[in-house]
Design a protein around this ligand. Structure first.
Ligand SMILES: *[C@@H]1O[C@H](CO)[C@@H](O)[C@H](O)[C@H]1NC(C)=O
Ligand SMILES: *[C@@H]1O[C@H](CO)[C@@H](O)[C@H](O)[C@H]1NC(C)=O
Ligand SMILES: *[C@@H]1O[C@H](CO)[C@@H](O)[C@H](O)[C@H]1NC(C)=O
Ligand SMILES: *[C@@H]1O[C@H](CO)[C@@H](O)[C@H](O)[C@H]1NC(C)=O
Ligand SMILES: *[C@@H]1O[C@H](CO)[C@@H](O)[C@H](O)[C@H]1NC(C)=O
Ligand SMILES: *[C@@H]1O[C@H](CO)[C@@H](O)[C@H](O)[C@H]1NC(C)=O
Ligand SMILES: *[C@@H]1O[C@H](CO)[C@@H](O)[C@H](O)[C@H]1NC(C)=O
Ligand SMILES: *[C@@H]1O[C@H](CO)[C@@H](O)[C@H](O)[C@H]1NC(C)=O
Ligand SMILES: *[C@@H]1O[C@H](CO)[C@@H](O)[C@H](O)[C@H]1NC(C)=O
Ligand SMILES: *[C@@H]1O[C@H](CO)[C@@H](O)[C@H](O)[C@H]1NC(C)=O
Ligand SMILES: *[C@@H]1O[C@H](CO)[C@@H](O)[C@H](O)[C@H]1NC(C)=O
Length: 455
């Protein structure tokens, strides 16, 4: 009896996995991704400045780099050639840029003197962020086949066991790429590697374009590369991300307060917390919003949530809205939920959440053409949407939704507090169907791509 139901479960899992090979033509590794989406080098018709490379991992060329940017500013380019490493060992204020190219074919790498950086890095009050450098100005292009290396291993080792959003945490880690007050910033081709904390953070900036990039944060031990989000922002307009390969330890694409006009097309997110709108509504008294977002052609595997919206609840938080978001063509393999609306962020228990519910409205959200399977962590529940009783969630629509659970049986969608139909059947979390589905847990094996990834 036991044995045959075990075998039946295995068969279900095996058939789910077998049917979920990446379709033909979809890259299975970074090298295949590069073949399909090559970075085509261009030779700028501009004055080119080069600097000496570092002789070793403590040979800081920050001053040389800064000087080169000053020389190349307003019409020139700084070239960092292939095969060379450029160590940066002190914070750089690069907010003076205008009409400049950076040809990054070599590697820019930050020193890992953690106490030095913690004492000297730039700071931003949002979630207590620190940054190696600040980029800003107008018409900045960074492109090439090179690497921006945050040298994160030591940071992850020393941070192990801590929580970034714990108000008592004072072990801060720098963001790998930070821009503020930038208009027209284009990043193409490069590999963002091993950021200590968030990989990119754009503040009060517009016309941001990131294409054909890889972003990885991989630890060589048990200390996880935590909070290494690929994309975060505050107060941005017109962002376009196309073709990114991401293997990091937190949100894949995650605009925070005040974002409009976001377009994302073709990303691979392995082991992430998903394509996350927010969190927003964190700070007391502050209104924040995310509006007009289109995300399509996502390959989401081995992560937490696939499409996610999250807003803060609690006694001292803000308010706002998320409106007009489309999540389209999401391929899921082994993610906890295929879609998740969380109005009880962050780390707040059910009673505190119901005493101080979120005041973030969620409207006009479409989930279209979702396929694949979840991880079984939440049993047969494949989607969970929880709207706050203190906010409005309406016109939330699912179309062409076909995500199964590796546990077999009827997949269940949980919805609480949503106005109107969501386009597919759903039950509330206290229903018998939901309680049974949540209990029916199982596990799926790690979704793999046939070839080993080369990084
Ligand atoms: C690193 O290179 C610099 C510059 O060449 C040199 O002064 C320094 O001694 C080197 N340090 C080590 C540890 O090799
Ligand atoms: C933002 O950049 C513009 C030029 O692009 C400049 O005039 C302005 O002073 C900058 N603002 C801040 C706060 O840095
Ligand atoms: C977001 O926009 C609102 C309304 O304009 C403003 O009050 C708030 O300060 C902004 N927040 C950020 C982080 O820019
Ligand atoms: C919704 O957002 C899309 C961009 O994703 C935009 O083209 C469209 O105009 C927006 N709709 C409304 C009603 O503003
Ligand atoms: C949320 O929706 C309610 C009801 O429509 C509205 O009164 C409130 O202003 C909205 N909040 C925001 C921040 O837009
Ligand atoms: C649905 O999404 C899958 C990838 O997740 C894609 O291959 C397929 O073409 C999409 N279907 C439609 C009708 O767009
Ligand atoms: C929920 O969290 C609040 C605030 O942290 C705490 O005071 C309360 O004891 C917690 N309740 C339960 C049931 O854990
Ligand atoms: C939702 O979309 C409709 C139609 O585009 C628009 O009229 C409405 O204002 C949107 N809802 C909110 C709360 O913005
Ligand atoms: C849903 O996906 C499964 C494969 O996971 C497929 O066998 C089935 O035909 C799909 N159903 C619909 C209605 O597309
Ligand atoms: C949840 O669903 C069950 C079963 O449909 C129903 O009896 C119950 O009243 C619902 N609870 C809420 C809070 O809507
Ligand atoms: C996904 O991430 C896990 C953990 O980092 C790794 O072991 C696995 O090789 C990755 N898979 C792909 C396809 O990159």
């Amino acid at each position: 009896m036991m044995k045959s139901s075990f075998l039946a479960t295995l068969a279900v899992v095996a058939s789910a996995l077998a049917s979920l090979e990446l379709p033909a033509g979809i890259p299975r590794s970074l090298s295949e991704f590069r073949v399909r989406h090559p970075y085509v080098p261009r030779s700028p018709c501009r004055k080119i400045i080069e600097i000496r490379a570092s002789a070793n991992d403590t040979d800081d060329v920050a001053d040389d780099f800064l000087q080169a940017l000053h020389k190349a500013n307003h019409g020139g380019a700084v070239r960092l050639p292939k095969g060379k490493t450029f160590m940066i060992g002190k914070p750089l204020d690069l907010t003076f840029l205008g009409n400049i190219h950076i040809l990054l074919d070599g590697e820019i790498k930050f020193t890992n003197d953690t106490p030095f950086w913690q004492a000297n890095a730039f700071r931003h009050p949002f979630q207590n962020s620190i940054m190696f450098w600040k980029w800003g100005g107008k018409d900045i292009k960074i492109y090439g086949e090179g690497v921006l290396n945050g040298n994160g291993q030591r940071w992850w080792n020393e941070f192990a066991g801590l929580e970034i959003l714990d108000p008592t945490n004072n072990y801060l880690r720098p963001i790998l790429f930070y821009a503020e007050n930038a208009t027209g910033i284009e990043i193409k081709g490069i590999h963002f590697k091993d950021s200590p904390c968030w990989t990119t953070f754009f503040v009060t900036s517009k016309d941001i374009s990131i294409t054909d990039v890889a972003c990885t944060a991989e630890s060589n031990n048990a200390a996880l590369p935590k909070n290494t989000d690929f994309f975060d922002s505050l107060n941005v307009e017109r962002v376009s991300i196309e073709r990114a390969w991401v293997n990091i330890g937190d949100d894949c694409f995650s605009p925070k307060s005040n974002a409009t006009g976001l377009y994302v097309n073709t990303m691979y997110c392995n082991g992430t917390h998903g394509q996350s709108m927010g969190s927003i509504g964190q700070y007391a008294g502050e209104m924040s919003f995310i509006r007009d977002v289109h995300i399509e052609n996502m390959w989401m595997l081995n992560g937490q949530h696939s499409a996610r919206l999250k807003s803060w609840a609690g006694p001292n938080v803000g308010y706002g809205f998320i409106d007009n978001v489309t999540f389209k063509n999401f391929w899921n393999a082994n993610n906890e939920y295929a879609a998740f609306l969380d109005s009880c962020y962050f780390n707040i228990n059910a009673s505190a959440c119901s005493t101080y519910p979120s005041r973030v409205n969620v409207t006009n959200v479409t989930f279209e053409n979702f396929t694949g399977y979840t991880s079984g962590k939440y049993g047969r529940t494949v989607v969970r949407l929880t709207c706050s009783p203190n906010a409005v969630c309406e016109n939330i629509q699912f179309k062409n939704f076909n995500v199964s659970s590796p546990c077999g049986g009827q997949p269940i969608v949980i919805c609480d507090g949503i106005h109107g139909s969501i386009g597919i059947p759903c039950v509330n979390s206290t229903s018998l169907e939901a309680t049974a589905a949540l209990k029916d847990t199982c596990t799926a094996s790690m979704a793999t791509l046939p070839n080993a990834t080369p990084w």
